[in-house]
Design a protein around this ligand. Sequence first.
Ligand SMILES: Cc1ncc(COP(=O)(O)O)c(C=O)c1O
Length: 259
Amino acid sequence: HAPFRVALHGISVADSLAALDRLFKADVDPARVAAIIVEPVQGEGGFYEAPREFMSALRKICDQHGMLLIADEVQTGFARTGKMFAMDHHEVAPDITTMAKSLAGGFPLSAVTGRAEIMDAPNPGGLGGTYGGSPIGVAAAHAVLDVIEEENLCDRANTLGNRLKQRLQSIRDDTPEIVDIRGPGFMNAVEFNEVKKGLPSAEIANAVRLKALDKGLILLTCGVYGNVIRFLAPITIQDGVLNEALDILESSIREVRAS
Ligand SMILES: Cc1ncc(COP(=O)(O)O)c(C=O)c1O
């Protein structure tokens, strides 16, 4: 309903906030809005990071109108961005956080946490589901939390992400189709444009994805233009496996460029 700040696509924090303001003037009375839910780093949307001033502004808007600020940390949580939660990069706290995916290292488990008065509001049994609180899932989550601490996975996420971004940067030096390399920790992305028109190119991103698939590396695209390749490999990946992936990625980009 309102554009997310993406400097690369000409949308500033001010544009984003102005659109939100217009929304509350023209489309919906803010008194009728229960919550704003935001991904601190967009997932499917293209791996764009919410700037700190944007998150602080959302917090202020929520406080002003009595809305809750919900952080969707389903992709960003559990050391992915170099901190335990992506909201730890911000100066403000959400009222509610949603989490899943890495929470139990692949076992089916999701969680909602928040301020006590919110979490205590439902009646007993009012917040649940068929698979809620699966003992195996919960045990897996405990093991994940131990491993994150024991293996310093927040630091490891930064190390791995830097390695990936450095490799992409070296490819970018002679690949003008690469217009952005980004992402905190090990939640990274590379964005492709068609050089002559200077427009987002889903074709290039897809061609790289297919070339890599031929060579045994599974990549996923994302973003509103489909021109982004995202990287969300396990933070426990071994160095040798990452290097193999980076070599395939590099040769795939270079071969697409040459074709
Ligand atoms: C950022 C984000 N939020 C929420 C969801 C949905 O999570 P779940 O499948 O646990 O409902 C996803 C799923 O991919 C996601 O990426």
